[in-house]
Write a protein of this length. Structure first.
Length: 163
């Protein structure tokens, strides 16, 4: 396993924190323009809470892959979670800290593992066989994908306020 992947994972929460730094509650809850697919359909608040929820799921999968033999890794419906879990009422600041802490803690664990551990596998309820390495890379890609959306949403807000 490339140690850069572990470092990327461990410091991902910092990227999220920087992406939302300085935003007000109004900014976080500002709906994106519906005619702009480049910024997605969720508010920044919803994206941040989605990332925190997903981080919990990724952390659970990573822990199971490290400690159990062929664990079952359950899928979930992100849209149902977003609709049911009152994302607008939760704290984006707490969610960012949750992502930062989970990644920092697990980064320490991942850094201690032998190379062979990253090939440990489990069975995802939709994707089938997955390895620890694949889950770790997916967690990194997922956060990067959504941080790009946050930056795009911020850019749209800036351009709308200067018009």
């Amino acid at each position: 396993m490339n140690r850069d992947v572990i470092d990327h994972y461990a410091h991902g929460g910092e990227k999220l924190a920087l992406a939302v730094r300085g935003l007000t509650k109004e900014d976080l809850l500002c709906p994106p323009p519906q005619d702009e697919p480049s910024v997605g359909k969720w508010t920044i608040q919803q994206v941040v809470l989605h990332l925190a929820d997903c981080e919990g799921v990724f952390a659970d999968r990573i822990k199971r892959l490290i400690s159990e033999d062929n664990p079952t890794l359950l899928a979930f419906d992100e849209n149902k979670w977003a609709a049911a879990l009152h994302y607008n009422a939760q704290s984006a600041e707490d969610a960012v800290r949750q992502v930062e802490l989970a990644r920092k803690q697990l980064g320490t664990v991942l850094d201690q593992l032998p190379e062979s551990a990253f090939q440990r596998s489990g069975t995802h309820s939709e994707a089938g066989k997955v390895t620890l390495e694949q889950v770790l890379k997916k967690a990194n890609d997922h956060l990067e994908h959504h941080v790009k959306f946050i930056h795009a949403k911020r850019a749209k807000m800036r351009s709308a306020s200067s018009s």
